[in-house]
Design a protein. Structure first.
Length: 632
C-alpha cells in the first residue's frame, strides 16, 4: 500500500492567512456602519462568533450590545476611537438570527443581523439561577471525554443557552489571563492518552496569539504567575524517565523557554501513600497547579497519592503534605497533617487545589473509593459514595488539619464524580463546586470513568449516561445549578465574554518555545524488502512546521523503528524507536485486546534537523522503503 505524506499547516498559520484575506477584502471596499463587512467564525474554531468591520470618516468610539433572548442575556462591550473598526463579536446563539446593536460616539446607531446555523453540541438539561445574580457572565465547561462527538467546550448564559463553543480539541482548564486572553489546551497531540504539545494563548473569538511548546508536553492545569510567566503541569522530557504527570515547568512568556523545572520524584516516594488507582508509571498524577504569593509556594494535587503537596517556589523543597497518612513511609510522616476531628473523612483522588486568601486550602474531593490502596473490601461502593467541595484550615504548628467547609456530601451519589471536577473560591462563603465526571450504567452509579463507560458499552448507549452538575453556593444556599449530559466536563469557570479593555488584536500569532530534540536509538536489525508496507498498518506521515507525525496500527509490544537517511550525506542515518508499549491511563483509555492492532502516533521533532531525508520503516524485522522524502 503506498504511504501518504500530508502537509498540515498549523492552526496559527491558517488563522493568519484567513485574517490577511479578511483585511485585504475589507480594504477593497467602502464598508459602512449601515453596510458592514461581516465574517462568521473568522478564526475557524468558534462558530458562535463573528467579525463586524466598517469605516468612519472621523475617529469614533463604539459600543456594542449582543442582544440576548432576554434583556438580562445581553452582553456589551466598548471599543476605543478609530476610523477603521474591526469588532470581535462573541456570545451569539446558534440556529438563530442574532442582532448586534452598534452605537457610535457621534450618535449614529445600527442593528447588524448575524444568522448562525444550528450546531451539533450538547446543551444543558437545566440551568437554574437568578438573572440579576448571573447576568453578564457565561459558565464555561471544558470538555474532556474521549469517545463523545458532541461534548465540545462551551459557554452558557443564565438561561442555559449555549453562547460560546470551541470546535477544536477538548481542553483541560480554561484560564483567564491578566491581559484578557485565555489559556486553552493546544490542539496538537504530544502523546497518548491526552498529552498535548503545550498551551494556546487565545481569546474567546478563537484567535490564537501564541502556542507555548513544552518539551515534555502538557496536561491538566496551568497557572499564571505574578511575573507573567506560566507554571504548567508536564512530563519529564528525558526519554529514559519511566513516569508521567510528575513534572512541573515554568514558561517564560516572552520566548516560551523553560526557565525552571521541578521533578517530583526528587521529593516524594514513587511507592507509598498510594491511592486506589496508583500505578508504577503514573504514580503521582498531578492534576492541579496553584501558586500562592504570600507564602511563595506551589501547591499540587497528586490524585494517585490522595494528597495535596506544597513545595517552596524558590528552593524547590517540600513544605507539607495534606492527605490520608496511611502507608506513607516514615521519612515523609513529619510532612503530613493529621485530622483534628477524628470523625472527619479524608479526601481521595482529589482535584483542583487552591489556597484561599486566609491560607486555607480548597479542593474538590472526588472521594474515589473513600480508601487507599487496592483492597476492594475497604472501598465504599459508588452508590453509597459522594463528592464535595472541601476547605481545610491548617495549623502548621501542630500539623493538624480542620475541615471548615464542605458542600456536596448531602447530595449523595447523584453528585459523585470519580474523576475530573473542580471547586473555586469567589469570596467568603461563596464557592463554585463542579462535579464534572458523573457516570452511570443501567441507572447505577459507578467508579468506572466516563471515557471507559462509553468505550466498554459502545454497543448499548441507551444504558450509559455521562453527565456533569455545576453549582454555585452562597452561604450554603445553591444560587446556581446547571446540569448537562452527553459528556463529562473537566472543569467549570465563570467569566464575562468580554474583558475591559478589549484584548482582541490583529496580526499573526507565533510559536514559542521548543519541542526539544527527539532522542535517537540503536539501529534495529531488519532485512530490507521490496514489498510495500502491509495495508493493515495504515501507515501515514503528517508533516507539520516543526515535526513529523508517524501514524499507524501495530500490535502492542511489537518492534517498530524509523530510519531517516540524509540524501546529500548517505552516511548520515538517524534511527528512531517507535514505542508500542501502552501504559493504561486510569482517566482515558480502557484495556484492549493485546492481539489486536492498536493505533499509535509517534512524533519526530525538527529541532536539530535540517535537509532532505529518505524515510524507511522497520516492522518486526522487515525494512520497508516508504518512498517518502521528508524535507526539513
Amino acid at each position: 500500500m503506498p504511504i501518504t505524506c500530508i502537509e498540515e499547516k498549523h492552526l496559527i498559520n491558517r488563522q493568519a492567512n484567513r485574517e490577511k484575506e479578511i483585511l485585504e477584502n475589507f480594504a477593497k471596499s467602502s464598508y459602512t456602519l449601515e453596510n458592514p463587512y461581516v465574517i462568521i467564525n473568522p478564526y475557524f474554531i468558534n462558530p458562535l462568533s463573528a467579525l463586524v468591520c466598517f469605516k468612519t470618516e472621523q475617529e469614533t468610539s463604539v459600543e456594542i450590545v449582543i442582544k440576548g433572548k432576554t434583556e438580562a442575556a445581553n452582553f456589551t462591550q466598548k471599543f476605543s476611537a478609530a476610523k477603521e473598526h474591526i469588532l470581535p463579536i462573541v456570545g451569539l446563539y446558534d440556529d438563530y438570527q442574532n442582532t448586534v446593536e452598534i452605537a457610535l460616539s457621534d450618535g449614529r446607531t445600527a442593528d447588524v443581523k448575524i444568522p448562525i446555523k444550528k450546531q451539533d453540541v450538547n446543551r444543558p438539561l437545566s440551568c437554574d439561577t437568578d438573572p440579576d445574580y448571573f447576568k453578564g457572565h457565561l459558565m464555561f465547561l471544558s470538555a474532556k471525554t474521549a469517545g463523545t462527538n458532541h461534548a465540545y467546550s462551551i459557554g452558557v448564559d443564565y438561561t442555559g443557552d449555549v453562547r460560546w463553543m470551541c470546535t477544536e480539541i477538548d481542553s483541560w482548564n480554561i484560564d483567564l489571563l491578566a491581559n484578557g486572553h485565555i489559556l486553552y489546551t493546544s490542539t496538537r497531540t504530544y502523546a497518548k492518552p491526552y498529552f498535548t504539545v503545550g498551551l494556546f494563548e487565545m481569546d474567546l473569538i478563537g484567535k490564537i496569539y501564541t502556542e507555548y511548546r513544552i518539551p515534555g508536553g502538557f496536561h491538566h492545569d496551568a497557572f499564571e504567575l505574578p511575573n507573567g510567566n506560566i507554571l504548567a503541569a508536564s512530563n519529564n522530557p528525558d526519554p529514559a524517565a519511566d513516569s508521567v504527570e510528575d513534572y512541573l515547568v515554568e514558561i517564560d512568556r516572552r520566548n516560551g523557554q523553560i526557565v525552571q523545572a521541578w521533578n517530583l520524584l526528587d521529593l516524594l516516594p514513587r511507592d507509598g501513600g498510594n491511592a486506589g488507582d496508583w500505578t508504577y508509571h503514573d504514580w503521582f498524577h498531578n492534576n492541579a497547579v496553584w501558586y500562592d504569593e504570600k507564602t511563595n509556594s506551589i501547591s499540587l494535587s497528586g490524585r494517585h497519592k490522595d494528597a495535596i503537596v506544597n513545595i517552596d517556589y524558590g528552593s524547590g523543597q517540600l513544605n507539607w503534605i495534606l492527605g490520608d497518612p496511611t502507608s506513607w513511609p516514615e521519612s515523609h510522616q513529619p510532612y503530613l497533617f493529621s485530622l483534628k476531628d477524628p470523625k472527619a473523612q479524608w479526601h481521595y483522588e482529589q482535584h483542583a487545589v487552591s489556597l484561599l486568601p486566609n491560607g486555607d486550602v480548597l479542593l474538590f474531593d472526588n472521594g474515589t473509593y473513600r480508601s487507599k490502596g487496592k483492597d476492594q473490601g475497604q472501598r465504599t461502593k459508588p452508590e453509597n459514595n459522594f463528592s464535595r467541595g472541601l476547605v481545610y484550615h491548617l495549623d502548621k504548628s501542630k500539623m493538624e488539619a480542620s475541615q471548615v467547609w464542605e458542600y456536596g456530601k448531602e447530595l449523595g451519589s447523584s453528585f459523585y464524580s470519580p474523576y475530573i471536577s473542580n471547586a473555586t473560591y469567589y469570596a467568603d462563603n461563596h464557592f463554585l463546586v463542579h462535579s464534572g465526571g458523573i457516570g452511570t450504567y443501567k441507572g447505577e452509579h459507578t467508579d468506572t470513568l466516563g471515557a471507559y463507560l462509553l468505550r466498554t458499552y459502545k454497543d448499548e448507549p441507551e444504558n450509559v449516561r455521562v453527565s456533569a452538575i455545576t453549582l454555585e453556593v452562597l452561604n450554603n444556599e445553591v444560587v446556581y445549578k446547571m446540569e448537562i449530559e452527553g459528556g463529562n466536563y473537566y472543569r467549570a469557570v465563570k467569566m464575562a465574554p468580554y474583558q475591559t479593555p478589549s484584548s482582541f488584536k490583529l496580526g499573526a500569532g507565533s510559536l514559542k518555545g521548543t519541542l526539544g530534540k527527539t532522542a535517537t536509538a540503536r539501529p534495529l536489525e531488519a532485512v530490507a524488502t521490496d514489498a510495500e508496507v502491509p495495508e493493515k498498518h495504515h501507515l501515514q506521515f503528517i508533516q507539520e512546521e516543526d515535526r513529523l507525525a508517524i501514524k499507524g496500527d501495530f500490535k502492542e509490544g511489537s518492534t517498530i523503528g524509523l530510519r531517516l537517511y540524509q540524501l546529500d550525506r548517505k552516511d548520515q542515518v538517524r534511527h528512531y524507536s517507535l514505542p508500542t508499549q501502552v501504559h493504561r491511563a486510569t482517566t482515558e483509555t480502557g484495556p484492549t485486546d493485546p492481539n489486536q492492532l492498536t493505533s499509535f502516533d509517534y512524533y519526530i521533532h525538527f529541532d536539530g534537523l535540517s535537509g532532505d531525508y529518505a524515510a524507511f520503516i522497520c516492522i518486526e524485522g522487515c525494512l520497508y522503503d516508504t518512498k517518502q522524502t521528508i524535507r526539513i
